[in-house]
Design a protein around this ligand. Sequence first.
Ligand SMILES: [Ca+2]
Ligand SMILES: [Ca+2]
Ligand SMILES: [Ca+2]
Length: 560
Amino acid sequence: MRSNIRREGIIFVIMFCVIGASVASAYNHESLSQTNPLTMRSILYVGGDGPGNYTTIQDAVDDAIDGDTIIVYSGIYYEDQVIVDKAILIQGAGWETTIIDGGDALLTETGLLRIIADGDVLLQGFTIRNAGGPSGYGSGDNKLNIGVAVFSSAPDVTYTITSNRIIGTQNPNDDYDWGFYAISGGQENIIFSYNIVTETGCNNIVVEKTTGSTDLCFNVLDAGCWGIDPVYYMTYGGTDIITTQMVRNNTIDVGTGINPGGATNNKVTGIGFSSAYLGCTGTLDSGKYTDIIITGNSIMNVKEWRRGIALDNFAWDDGSEGEILNAHILNNVISGVSDNPTSFGIRLSGLVSNTNIQGNEVTGCDMSFWGRTGYYGGSTAYPGATNVHFNCFLGNSEGFVWEGPTILNAENNWWGDPSGPHHPDNPDGLGDNVSGSVDFSPWLYYYGPETSLPEVSITSPTKGYVTINIFGGLFTWKFKFFSTFAIGKIKVSVNASDPQSGIDRVEFYIDDVLKATVTTPPYEWIWAERGFFFPYTLKVIAYDLAGNSNADSMKVWKIW
Ligand SMILES: [Ca+2]
Ligand SMILES: [Ca+2]
Ligand SMILES: [Ca+2]
């Protein structure tokens, strides 16, 4: 049932009363009386028991104008489809209680929630389930089921989808069942945040040839009930994506799903970008990415045939038609649970240039990193100018695999052991394996909080001995005595070591006065100052590279 009553919003009342008087002096009365979308904002209500509330979300959208807010009360709304073609805010009472159920309806266009406005839209606080779709799409219900689909034909439009739960068909055989889909060729900017997407038969999120910026953040995602890439970006057909594509702070379980295809049909990658995508379908293709940021994600359950992050250039030949440039892969945690082939943490394939891989933690996979040639069309291209620094690669069985002809810069990583990675150039390394032309030296000597104290001891002068060194070294002698005596110039020698970060410096003190600082071994200082047969306190302090310190000291009777 459709309501024709429109409830004017509080915003309008306040703006009219407070601002109206002052604005009136600047504008004539005719213009004030006109409908101004900026000030005529309304709130429309759906559900609940207020008089005149709408019963369906679509009816409220149909009556809304740009700038309106639609508030949806708790309840289950059975609507085949909600098409949002206005710049509005749609606010549910929270995904726990406010449910839009699409009844698996047959639709002419995709998206239970289909957002196509040429102005900003915000959608939040719903569970979206049982999406239907157009028919003719594969197995399962033969529909292209999509919870939320978006497409703007205009640029500079932002769609914000936040704090929703999107549930898929819950049918592992439904191979066209996506939670969120940025429809091919859209120009909108997308903020997709704090959502939960689960039980999809196919991908959680597909972003296809979208030229606006994207920010997928703080979502909880998984590989669905089939087991397939949770986040998948692609471009093709000559469309270069030059806006920022950001995937950050998501929690992604790549271990879900039945995985019946195993090695052949079903290799799950948590976050995947593919350029010149049609190259993988047997078509010569082009299309690039130049601004990808993947940061702060937690990707777990990387088991056999599951992967963390992949940047794949599917362009043929030298790969230049699909170059992926300047990507940042930062501070992600990728946790493997199996070293069975062929799980990996991070893969770059084909011409992927200037990738910055820093601060990631990849553990328990088969390959921590895999850099290789492109997959299709006789590709001869390898990743270039890849920088891999300050990562933790630990307990990955095949380890760090670089197949390219150039030297890959992987200095300053932690390989799981202070002895460094295992490589033909470092055969005694007890850390992860590294293969290929990789510059891994220097490597990090510790990882995580550095709290170990340095070990430090004074080895000379010898405690409980008299040490004599006079006449410019012409006469030296040492014998046991009741206390430590030093006669003449004495060399103070110190053993200092640190199990984690290593020694930064050793300081030498006499009676708490700093006499010398030595930064490289041997840690020695010549105590040449004349003594007056007093017991002096000789103290040394060793500092490690993290600033932890430890001391040794002794009383020395110094004469001459
Ligand atoms: Ca389907
Ligand atoms: Ca080096
Ligand atoms: Ca230490």
